[in-house]
Design a protein around this ligand. Sequence first.
Ligand SMILES: Cc1cc2nc3c(=O)[nH]c(=O)nc-3n(C[C@H](O)[C@H](O)[C@H](O)COP(=O)(O)O)c2cc1C
Length: 223
Amino acid sequence: MKILAINGSPRTLRSTTRQLAQYVLDGAAEAGAETEMIDLCDLKITPCTACEGCLFNGICVFDDDMPALVERMKEADGIVFASPVYIDNVSGQMKIFFDRLADAIHYQVLAGKYGCSVVSTHTSGGDEVVAYQNHVLNYLAVVSVGGISVATGGDSFAVEAKEADARALGGRKLVDAITNGFSNAKQEAEIADNREFFKDIVVENRDMRTEEYERWARLGWIK
Ligand SMILES: Cc1cc2nc3c(=O)[nH]c(=O)nc-3n(C[C@H](O)[C@H](O)[C@H](O)COP(=O)(O)O)c2cc1C
């Protein structure tokens, strides 16, 4: 079982968000998972320019690290989104990454996985950004098992104080959901509604995206 954390802080090893996400991964590793942390700032991910080029074949006009990252996400059983709060939202790095997930969202290529969200902030926006990242997971048809945010107030020990909770999120919750399943009626209803909406796109583009159309038909998502 593989759990992949994607960290949107540009502060790499000094990042408190990364430290919190690492506790989540440590909890997952303790429960038997193979884990990996990816720092978005180490990758080249070009902002989406809305050229709609990916509509035709799923391939972005920009030759960068995003396709390989989506492949890593496909290989993972669990996905952890981790971001600091920047002006009451995710960091720019995280948002650029999210925008580039539009095709993965439309074609629901990560459906059936589980995830969770991790956020650190000085004061504001922690819970809201956890909710936003979980919402993005749901857009991807990934069911979230929860999230954790820490408002440090500038105190570096505030993250350490949350270690046990973060480890439980990765181990007892995320690994357990992957192993035994996890159901959440509200998220499942939202995912079903989204799939109904995206179905029109998949049907409309069936001549250009035949493989995806056939995958949806095989999965019974198109009747
Ligand atoms: C550009 C920028 C914007 C920020 N915006 C907020 C904010 O709106 N609210 C807040 O409480 N903290 C804000 N912060 C503080 C960070 O959220 C906080 O220091 C966080 O723990 C940093 O995480 P990191 O060490 O993983 O990068 C901001 C920091 C930066 C650099």
